[in-house]
Design a protein around this ligand. Structure first.
Ligand code: HEC
Ligand code: HEC
Length: 343
């Protein structure tokens, strides 16, 4: 029998095709029909009208040519994109279910710039506005083009209802009220508002905020104050963690992005606070403001660094900031002015 079929090329081809087909259906098509292949992420909500408009701008501007939106489960990638702050270990990398409402997917494959999948947990609205307007002003070595023109363009609300209706047909659970209110939600918004809103929505279906809630003891002294080795290490950590991207390389702050760390204002009010308050803000981020009783910026924007920096690291940074502040106070006014002007 076996010998026979080998001598009949046509019958053999048909039989081989059928065998491969049956195998493909068993291995590929059948599993696709099972619910496990379509995992749901509980916190997943469809994009708002403004976020969706921002996504369309992301596609139009070809951001996908430089940015990916998927953090793979590799340790190096997880650490690089700050997935290690996630509340649950499963949230450290991108989950299939997070993309259930994406049409089309914008995973990308080119990483000229950083992956943006967790962007919603990383930067504030003010940072994004400043960065899109002039990336080099915020990240000096950046080769990302400027998108300042988005500020001058009003979002086109004509098609947003139709866009949402089409997505609904593909299974995105928009309600009639969402569709009816879509155009109104875009009234008076610029394309800049839309792209920033979209950035802030990325990765938000899963808790990737790191640890909040921190026991603060304002009496606690900095164990490394005035320790020269710690001051040098603090300077390095400040650079390595990218604090300067928001607070400026010399911690002088950047207008509209983040406050100076070497002036005599802290969280929006005159008067310095003790080292332990600095420690708390760095470890726990803007959530710690409640415990410090100062207003700070309305939309916060300081991320917790407690999961990437040890307590010793944080005290070293505080030691450097204090040293830097002392050095500023001792500087003649014209040098001080030149330093500020040069940034
Ligand atoms: C030519 C390549 C290129 C293009 C096009 C580009 N970017 Fe970037 N992007 C970069 C690089 C490189 C960086 C890293 C330096 C920096 O932060 O500016 C970056 C950084 C960013 C960051 C900061 C990420 C972080 O957390 O540090 C965001 C957000 C961003 N890009 C969004 C966008 C959006 C949205 C677009 C389209 C409107 C876009 N980029 C287009 C190259 C690009
Ligand atoms: C994405 C931008 C960003 C990065 C990165 C960042 N910060 Fe901040 N930081 C802010 C903003 C915005 C505030 C104001 C927060 C508020 O008012 O809620 C702030 C507040 C602070 C404060 C309180 C100081 C004051 O005068 O109000 C300290 C201290 C601080 N940051 C230290 C650091 C250190 C150290 C790093 C690096 C480990 C860092 N920050 C990284 C944006 C940033």
């Amino acid at each position: 029998m076996a010998g026979k079929i080998y001598s009949k090329p046509i019958a053999f081809s048909i039989a081989a095709t059928l065998a491969v087909l049956a195998g493909s259906i068993a291995m590929m098509a059948y599993p696709m029909l099972r619910a496990e292949m379509h995992p749901k992420v509980e916190g997943l909500a469809p994009l708002t009208a403004l976020e969706l408009a921002g996504r369309a701008i992301y596609q139009r501007e070809g951001c996908v040519n430089c940015h990916t939106q998927t953090v793979r489960p590799l340790q190096s990638e997880v650490v690089r994109y700050k997935g290690n702050r996630a509340a649950e270990p499963s949230g450290r990398y991108s989950l299939a279910g997070e993309f259930a409402y994406d049409h089309p997917f914008l995973w990308g494959s080119k990483r000229t710039g950083p992956d943006l999948a967790f962007e919603g947990w990383l930067k504030s609205a003010a940072w994004h506005h400043a960065h899109f307007e002039d990336p080099q002003a915020v990240v000096p070595r950046s080769n990302m083009p400027a998108y300042a023109f988005l500020k001058a363009a009003a979002v086109d609300g004509d098609d947003i209802g139709a866009h949402m209706r089409t997505l609904r047909r593909l299974g995105v659970p928009y309600t009639d009220a969402d569709l009816a209110g879509a155009a109104a939600a875009l009234q008076g918004k610029t394309e800049m508002d839309a792209i920033v809103a979209y950035m802030l929505s990325l990765g938000k279906a899963v808790d990737r905020g790191g640890k909040g809630g921190l026991e603060l003891d304002l009496e606690e002294k900095n164990p490394l104050a005035a320790d020269t080795a710690a001051i040098a290490k603090g300077r390095q950590l400040f650079d390595a963690q990218g604090c300067g991207a928001c607070h400026g390389d010399e911690a002088h702050g950047q207008e509209g992005v983040a406050p100076s760390l070497v002036d005599d204002e802290f969280l929006g009010e005159k008067g310095d606070l003790p080292d332990a308050a600095y420690f708390g803000m760095i470890k726990g981020g803007s959530d710690v403001k409640k415990q410090l009783g100062r207003p700070g910026l309305a939309d916060g924007g300081m991320q917790p660094f407690g999961s990437e920096l040890s307590d010793e690291d944080i005290w070293s940074i505080v030691a450097w900031l204090r040293n830097q502040k002392g050095h500023e106070a001792a500087e003649p006014p014209h040098e001080e002015a030149a330093e500020h002007g040069n940034r």
